[in-house]
Design a protein around this ligand. Sequence first.
Ligand SMILES: C[S@@+](CC[C@H](N)C(=O)[O-])C[C@H]1O[C@@H](n2cnc3c(N)ncnc32)[C@H](O)[C@@H]1O
Length: 279
Amino acid sequence: VSAGLLGVTEAVDDPGDPRVADFIGLRDHELRRRRESAGGDLDGIFVAEGDLVLERALRAGYRPRAVLVDARRSQPLPPALPAGCPVYAAGPEVVHRITGYHLHRGILGTFERRPVPPVADVIAGRRRVVVGENLVNPTNLGVIARSAVALGWEALVLDRTSCDPLYRRAARVAMGEVYALPHAWADDFPAGLSPLVAAGFTLVALTPAVDAPALDELGLGPDDRVALVLGSEGPGLRPDTLAAVDVRARIPMAGAVDSLNVGAAAAIACYELTRTRRP
Ligand SMILES: C[S@@+](CC[C@H](N)C(=O)[O-])C[C@H]1O[C@@H](n2cnc3c(N)ncnc32)[C@H](O)[C@@H]1O
């Protein structure tokens, strides 16, 4: 254990040590999915990777369960880490055998999830909400969350076929900003959009369809409550979801390109719809 960590950490030499059970097999998709989702053998935890991401989880008020560091690490632990949180240090080989990957002097933390509020609660008092249908790629979801927070969007509503925004990879791509974005799980669309309709949101479906109006032609006013509805990476928005929105909007494509990555499209739309709403 490096001098900087002496006295703060507990050494772990055995990859099967029950104290580091939260971290076992992080590369194993199925094991991790079961562990990180409610109802699994380690109910309701998520994993944060890297100092910045960990700090943002702490800043968002999530309660840490345990931290695992590479014993060669020399930098101090995140200052916001509460004194009672166990910190385990293991050599690179042991870390690899526990987690399945190399930590490179890095840090991993496990946190307790909080109950996810109903859609109506998450959108109450908000003006700009991002909505996702069947967003299955955690990298894309991370890009969307980071862009949304950076551009002033206030909440994320996902259908249940979308991936988990607190999943390690999504949080890492979002640089931990995902923890600052309240999210809720909606029922299948279009029925799952009804809380947004009831709250008076204008539902804007983002679609590359050539007959949709261009995004900068929507003419939304500064007082409109806007829900930006994004579609799945492959097929895009389902026809019945498109039929249920107030307006469709397209980012015009040049040449023969048919569409953008959903994360890129979301960033452009979040910017454009914020820009047109400035007083
Ligand atoms: C890869 S695209 C799906 C492409 C699919 N063929 C379609 O027609 O929607 C994934 C999502 O990104 C958004 N998107 C991508 N390119 C877009 C564009 N040029 N204009 C508006 N939205 C776009 C839409 O929300 C879309 O559902």
